[in-house]
Design a protein around this ligand. Structure first.
Ligand code: ZN
Length: 460
């Protein structure tokens, strides 16, 4: 883990002292150790099975190609066969959910567009596990089941797509299987999307459908190329690291939001960054066996994934991916050239690694769903010049809410260093200047689960 030096979260740190806060009294109420996962989460993590993940990827590869433009009515080959198999499997998992999980095929016709030469039916396979307490609050996890070779329009050559993105589909299916038997407080959506390689078309449709329905998505994760910690390129393997790409300045930023940011900062406090801090907090631990290496970028150079479809609509989102890629194994015709094996073959996948990535996702999604939602309407009072700071927010709906924590850090610090539990209130004034630190607010339930933080916007 090697992160213990900066895991001073919720302890009274040097930064707190520098910010002029007394270490006596209520500031010390912030001193709370990071809890270890609750028994139910530990059971979930144990049930995630690398053999199931291996079987899923082998099945996906067996369809030959899963190219978005490939045949849709052959029961054995092509993306249609993959779609039908994923649908049947998810329905089988849902049968154990006591009616909580429903599975649907979400189809649409993509008109002729870049990388779509003829109108093409694209289908997402979507399993929804309805929340028991606050079902409107929703978290989404995706993998894309389409695959490709060197020529992005080649719909017939074998495109095994074991890592890209059989691995991500196996993650979301294993999560659906294990979580179907449980009853989360908020809703979790597990989606195998298509059309990713042609231009994120499936996730674009999925995200727009949520937007049109007014769905309150408080976090979304794309699992794309999560197949191995070993790049097979002679560099040392890194089997206990997964990268999480999270943007800073929101893709959906409006000119008014940009004006605030250019004035008082906040480029490191967008909702996706807050989500990234949350993931690191709850999923980098011995129970997942993983270190989440957060990368403060929307994605890698020249690349993208399905989280961008959600970022475009203002939803907080990030992308999980393996620590170092081997580009000979991605988007390549399967072939040997000068003794080098090209192609996205299953022999390069590490199923134990993929299971650990699934555990990172499970710890994240389960904790998000059991914790109260991210506070909404968080504002910082800017009606007068004062060296105190007044924060306001709207009340959370969860019945087991204990209250809220105000978080803060030096403007140069990467992660929250200080917090104060302020009770079940919707406004709080703290004796710290808003000009000197960054603030956040998060909700806490009676079991001690906390939400991601929300950064305040200035209010008049
Ligand atoms: Zn991919």
């Amino acid at each position: 883990m090697a992160k213990s030096t900066r895991r001073t979260f919720l302890t009274v740190s040097a930064a707190t002292l520098a910010a002029g806060v007394s270490t006596s009294g209520e500031a010390l109420a912030a001193e709370r150790r990071k809890p270890s996962p609750a028994p139910e989460l530990r059971a979930i993590l144990r049930e995630i099975d690398p053999r199931r993940i291996e079987a899923t990827i082998r099945k996906l590869v067996s369809f030959g190609t899963r190219h978005t433009l490939s045949v849709q009515d052959d029961p054995a080959r092509g993306i249609g066969a993959a779609r039908d198999w994923i649908f049947a499997e998810l329905q089988r998992y849902a049968a154990a959910s006591n009616g909580r999980m429903t599975v649907e095929l979400q189809s649409f016709i993509q008109p002729v567009s870049n990388r779509i030469p003829v109108p093409t039916r694209i289908t997402n396979v979507v399993a929804t596990l309805r929340g028991a307490v606050t079902p409107a609050r929703t978290y989404v996890v995706t993998g894309h089941y389409d695959s490709r070779v060197t020529d992005v329009l080649n719909a017939t050559s074998d495109a095994p797509g074991a890592d890209d993105d059989g691995s991500g589909v196996a993650v979301i299916m294993e999560l659906a299987r294990v979580l179907a038997t449980r009853s989360p407080e908020a809703t979790i959506v597990f989606a195998a999307v298509a059309g990713e390689e042609q231009g994120l078309y499936g996730s674009d449709h999925l995200a727009q459908s949520f937007k049109d329905a007014g769905t309150d998505i408080q976090g979304m994760f794309s699992n794309d190329i999560v197949g191995t910690g070993d790049a097979h390129d002679g560099t040392p393997a890194d089997p206990h690291t997964v990268r999480l790409f999270v943007e800073g300045v929101p893709t959906s930023e409006t000119p008014a939001q940009a004006a605030v940011r250019q004035s008082v900062g906040g480029e490191n406090d967008g909702p996706s960054r807050q989500l990234g801090r949350f993931v690191d907090d709850v999923a980098s631990n011995p129970q997942t066996g993983m270190n989440v290496r957060t990368i403060w970028r929307r994605d890698r150079y020249l690349r993208g994934s399905d989280h961008i479809s959600f970022l475009l609509r203002g939803y907080p989102a990030g992308r999980f991916t393996e620590p170092r890629e081997n580009f000979n194994h991605e988007h390549q015709d399967v072939r040997v050239e000068n003794g080098v094996q090209y192609g996205d073959l299953i022999e390069f996948c590490d199923f134990a690694y993929i299971a650990r990535v699934a555990r990172v996702n499970a710890a994240t999604l389960w904790t998000l769903a059991q914790a109260p939602g991210t506070p909404k309407g968080v504002v910082i009072d800017t009606t007068q010049l004062t060296n105190q700071t007044t924060l306001r927010w709207t009340a959370n709906p969860e019945p087991d809410l204990a209250g809220y924590e105000v978080l803060w850090r030096e403007t140069t610090a990467p992660d929250w260093t200080s917090s104060r539990f302020v009770g079940n209130v919707t406004t709080y004034t703290i004796d710290l200047s808003k000009d000197n630190v960054f603030f956040g607010v998060r909700s806490v339930d009676r079991a001690g689960n906390h939400s991601p933080a929300a950064a305040p916007q200035p209010s008049s």
